[in-house]
Design a protein around this ligand. Sequence first.
Ligand code: AOF
Ligand code: ZN
Length: 359
Amino acid sequence: MAAAIRLSRRNLGRTATNPSVGTIIVRDDGNGPMIVGTGVTAIGGRPHAETEALAEAGVLAQGATAYVTLEPCAHHGRTPPCANALVSAGIVRVVGAASDPDPRVSGKGYAILRAAGVEVVERLLAEEAAEQMAGYMNRSLKKRPEVVLKLALSADGMIGRKGDGQISITGDAARREVHLIRAETDAVLIGIGTALEDDPALTVRLPGLETRSPARIVLDRHIRLPENAKLVAEADRVPLYIAACAEADPHRRAALERRGVRFIGTETIDGRVALPELMEDLAALGMASVLVEGGAEVAKAFLDEGLVDRIVLFTGPETIGEGGIASPVDAGSIPAGFRKLRETRFGEDRATEWIRDLY
Ligand code: AOF
Ligand code: ZN
């Protein structure tokens, strides 16, 4: 199952609105277990992982065990339900990890299997699997995307220096890791302050992964983003959404729309973009995960609203000192309800990750 969960990671960020599921089919003819088929939910969400793995296994699926990171589906989509497909292929045992909150499936997938005489084991490494598809779980259960807050902190807990624009706090390896996280995420979000100071592109620029850039979202209630911003330059290739208030200048809006920029989330509270409603809008657009990348004010707003599901803090070795902008959160002030997931080294930097339990 651990291998199936790792396998499922392959299409993370590319299967919306489906989760990226992994399936491994194993048979044992007396010489020890042998993998005869593997599958991941295909790009775009179909075919499902089981279909892919069964196709690879062919007749070798007869009498075999299927390890699935999500309960097999029970509804008719473009193909018959995966639960039925497993039965027809002659699978005799199904080991499942996460339960599927989709009301079309929830419990029904396992029921189909059991009714056909298939042995079913549920919830093996369920938490690990749910964590891997946290975006899907959040969108299904809370009707909003999983919100991942990423911050890069200096050794003295600063995220930048006032008026200095983008300064590098972490090194190359950490930067590449951030691009990798982007590639597995549906959208990246920043505030207009960061957009004006840094002029970032927020795309994925890792060799081979250039086509996996997530949608970009800027909180910009008065539409201050200039037309010559790097974010706008690529709006025809990678979606760019601006969350502005309804009263914002319609001419500026029209000018940006002509460049391919889209507008969303016009609901405001005290003149600010209403974040819970914006998150619901993003979920309605099919987005299951959002990476909040800056700056301090935006990060604080998401934390204050209790909207953050995962926190990733990159910490570099240098101090910033005088004139530094303090991070709204550090290792010592992680909100209640989060648990530490892992700590990884990237050269001289460290990435620490905390996650909030879904239920
Ligand atoms: C599986 N295997 O690999 C995935 C599943 O739009 P559809 O018809 O593809 O259905 C979407 C639902 O299918 C989704 O909400 C979830 O319940 C399930 N995803 N199921 O058996 C898979 N990705
Ligand atoms: Zn299915």
